[in-house]
Design a protein around this ligand. Sequence first.
Ligand code: NAD
Length: 500
Amino acid sequence: MVTEIGNLIGGKQVPSTSNRTGDVFNPATGEVIAKVALSSAPELAEAVENAKKAQPAWAATNPQKRARVIMKFVELLNRDMDKLAEALSREHGKTMPDAKGDVIRGLEVAEFCIGAPHLLKGEFTEGAGPNIDIYSMRQPLGVVAGITPFNFPAMIPMWKFCPAIAAGNAFILKPSERNPTVPIMLAELMLEAGLPEGILNVVNGDKEVVDALLDHQDVTAIGFVGSTPIAEYIYTRGCANGKRVQCFGSAKNHMIIMPDADLDQTADALIGAGYGAAGERCMAISVAVAVGEKTGDELIAKLKPRVEALKIAPYTDGDDADFGPLITKAARDRVLGLVNSGVEQGADLVVDGRDFSMQGYENGNFIGGCLFDNVTTDMDIYKEEIFGPVLNVMRADTYEDGIRLPMENEFGNGVSIYTRDGDTARDFASRINVGMVGVNVPIPVPLAYYTFGGWKKSGFGDLNQHGPDAFRFYTKTKTVTSRWPSGIKEGAEFVIPTMD
Ligand code: NAD
């Protein structure tokens, strides 16, 4: 049965009035399983109107009561974990254990947001001058928004709306049109947890509704996650319209493998980080840089059988698959095109997953794991984010040659080094121009109480996602200087006040 997915505005699910819909597929079967609303500007305006009406009372609700809603939400996420993971796998294609991880990584940020009363505390200086006290406070911005990608349909929406709402804002979520079911389920759970109507609205759609969001004068801040060209567009247009904007974009994450690394551990780490979720992760490792004369050959010898043994299956086949299909046919065609280009441009395709087909799922977007050796910086498979189950191995003579690759790459999301040498690891962590660094950790996604964000073309704006930065992004600081009549001297003061 093909379901219709509309919007959630003012606390209720409502059908769209736009007459435009997008197909939502089951990536494992290729079937259309839902039609999602591609909403119009007036529908967005209605959501903003609802949010604007509801926000002042929510901002006036004491922070502990707001935090209790998030606490209850966490409880409901745990209650509905299996349901959420199933819906997520069905539209995304990732395995159920990985889908649970998607929900849990969002839940952990919700848990962090239960501490909002502490995170929203201001500062106070008594006696900053004669009878003068100064204090600062954090206030919500009003109506704020999040635009999120397909690859983490639970985690990233929660990274956005939990801190924004805990801080007293009303929120408009524009999720990916590829997998809209889970974001609506999350919003329903927030309502069940006691969130007043209008504080969290979900408006589905594509560029049309995103543009309406970017141009709406009552939307004060936008957090975006997705590909770099769209991130740049949203950052530029949102800023030009006077909004606070943070955008997180694409990635090309390298792992430097030093000659002293334990190569079995390294190969296992590369398999999980390169092929998990079919490589559709912004923190996936897609480039392994083997340093030293023998490291590359030994690494390839360990990787090859592991890639050949990868288990690929639809989520319905049980929990022991390593990964499932890619999100769309177009995504699969693009990855296949890039693999073909790698072969044409002279890289060695050590494991070729291009012909992989799942019996019974011939219309699914499956592709087998691919492993390239002797990749060079001029090849398209190096220059582009592949976002598929493809790992590139490159060779470097020295540590300096090796780290030059991520240093000179246009992206700077994640990076990792495998070594036993503390000096090398310390030097690497200090010098590398990438936002998230792993030392013998392949996917260094920071936990909820640290912040998450890439450098260079992987991140636009000055604050990161989740952790304390999320509260800074979704609040404004106000500073009050106060003096009481007993401390006021007679007569007008014409000189700028100083502490002299
Ligand atoms: P995408 O850029 O295609 O879409 C992201 C969002 O932007 C969606 O909500 C989509 O509807 C909207 N959008 C798409 N085209 C648009 C347009 N022309 N105008 C306005 N809005 C538009 O990204 P995706 O394919 O959903 O996600 C994969 C990408 O996201 C990868 O590049 C991945 O690296 C990146 N990503 C980055 C992070 C991070 O934190 N840096 C995290 C997850 C994913």
